[in-house]
Design a binder for this molecule. Structure first.
Ligand code: FAD
Length: 458
């Protein structure tokens, strides 16, 4: 995936003066919203964080609750904000995951998980610790949902919110930072015949525990981290699990090593009224259940930009460097849009950039220059044959992206050990999906990480 291509030609930030303190609304108190709030306040802005849940942590707040529509298609369903399953452990080592100056180190205490790839509860506790350390909770209006964000004629932002009791508040802010996450609106694969297929279906957003799959023949669609985890979780109780994957990487199709009841197939070509599922490789399975681990859609139901920003085929655009819509910058910005990334450190850098741009400490290019950069980026994606829905997918290009933002903020570049650790972990995950969390060879990188953390642990 190419970096946004014109980046190299845009000049380094220039300081503007005087610095301005703005009144900023942050939507969401997940990892993105928490670090955005911290950076905005550090920069001298006045911050209000809106959070519809009753606590910080976003998707790391586990709930056994699921939605009324297991596929998540009903627009009137009550949205459950978490997509965690009970057995989830991180797919990144804790050394990589944390914010730069608040490392995700092992802490003593009740319920803490010292493992290198800990459970979801440990991540939630880490985010709670972060919020406490930097006094973020006092900025948050809990149980308050943002229902409308729109631009006023004078360039300010109208934010309408509703608290759980139904009380509505209508306010004006100088800027809005959107950190609402993108793991609640399920995306489904297009499968010929699915409307007449008689079995049960669910999206992984509503997967919590394997029990509903006991003794069932299950087809699981997807090849990302959650598909790998959930297929193993279910294989412990199901009669058969058949994974249908578009991109199978270095895995071999057929029966998977270490399991008697787990198979990998190519994608589904069609399904039938009699329960048959036919794969592109010609194999056929009579299945009871299809579990869609097919990802999520970006969704901003509260945002009214009069067409300045649209979501089309999962591309949010136009967005300069995945953060600022050129026509509305810096008043409107987004933290956390890119995927296939190490999220928290990237959120931290994006937040520093937004905070600095809002105070006038960091200059953004003109709207025309930003738009030119976005167009050049889209052209470079097209030239590489990358589909639109992968606009925000980063992978290896995230390091260049992070370093570019760090340079804008005049802060240290991404740590070399972190890049290497992420690289070797990703490789190990593909090669050894069953054991990558508990067996590793990168102890030298762990030592480098621990040395680095000493700077922040006084
Ligand atoms: P969220 O955590 O989703 O937070 C968004 C917040 O906004 C929520 O609290 C929500 O209630 C609130 N909100 C939304 N709309 C509104 C509104 N209108 N008004 C008020 N509040 C609103 N990352 C890792 O680093 N390591 C991992 O191992 C890892 N594993 C993952 C496993 C799964 C299954 C998934 C889905 C993701 C995983 N991730 C992992 C990525 C994870 O998404 C990020 O780590 C990060 O937590 C996302 O934070 P966020 O703040 O962008 O979004």
């Amino acid at each position: 995936m190419p970096m946004q291509s014109a980046s190299q030609h845009l000049s380094m930030p220039t300081r503007l003066s005087p610095l301005i303190s703005r009144h900023v609304a942050v939507v969401g108190a997940g990892a993105g919203g928490l670090v955005a709030a911290r950076e905005l306040r550090r920069e001298g802005h006045r911050v209000v964080v809106f959070e519809r849940n009753d606590q910080v942590g976003g998707m790391w707040v586990y709930t056994s609750k699921v939605e009324s529509d297991p596929l998540g298609l009903d627009p009137n369903r009550a949205v459950v904000p978490s997509s965690l399953y009970d057995s989830l452990r991180t797919n990144l080592p804790r050394e990589c995951m944390g914010f730069r100056d608040f490392p995700f180190v092992i802490r003593d205490g009740k319920g803490r998980d010292p493992r290198r790839f800990p459970s979801h509860t440990e991540v939630l506790m880490y985010l709670q610790d972060f919020a406490t350390e930097f006094g973020i909770a006092e900025l948050v209006r809990f149980e308050t949902q943002v229902v409308f964000v729109g631009l006023e004629e004078d360039g300010k932002w109208n934010v309408k919110s509703k608290s759980r009791g139904g009380v509505g508040v209508d306010e004006i802010y100088d800027a809005v930072v959107v950190c609402n996450g993108h793991y609640t609106e399920p995306r489904l694969a297009d499968i010929p015949g699915i409307n007449i297929w008689p079995g049960k279906q669910m999206h992984s957003h509503n997967y919590r525990i394997p029990d509903p799959f006991k003794d069932q023949v299950v087809i699981l669609i997807g090849s990302a981290a959650s598909a790998v985890d959930i297929s193993r979780d279910i294989a412990g109780v199901a009669k058969e699990v058949h994974v249908a994957a578009r991109s199978v990487g270095s895995y071999t199709l057929g029966k998977q090593p270490g399991h008697d009841n787990l198979w990998l197939h190519s994608m589904i070509s069609c399904v039938h009224k009699d329960g048959r599922v036919v794969f592109e490789d010609g194999s056929v399975v009579h299945a009871d259940f299809i579990l869609h681990c097919t990802g999520y859609k970006y969704h901003f139901p509260f945002l009214e930009t009069n067409g300045a920003l649209v979501v089309d085929d999962n591309c949010v655009g136009p967005l300069y460097k995945h953060v600022f819509p050129p026509a509305l910058a810096p008043g409107l910005s987004f933290v956390g849009i890119p995927w296939k990334v190490v999220p928290f450190p990237m959120f931290e850098l994006q937040s520093k950039w937004i905070a600095g741009a809002l105070s006038n400490r960091i200059a953004l290019p003109s709207k025309e220059e930003m738009m030119k950069d976005v167009k050049a980026f889209y052209l470079s994606l097209g030239a590489c044959g990358i589909p639109k829905r992968y606009t925000h997918r980063m992978g290896a290009s995230q390091y260049e992206y992070n370093d570019w933002i760090a340079a804008q903020c005049e802060c240290a570049a991404y740590q070399e050990w972190k890049k290497q650790m992420h690289f070797v972990t990703s490789k190990r995950k593909v090669e050894r999906p069953e054991t990558y969390r508990d067996k590793w060879e990168d102890n030298d990188l762990v030592l480098q990480a621990q040395e680095d953390f000493k700077k922040y642990m006084v």
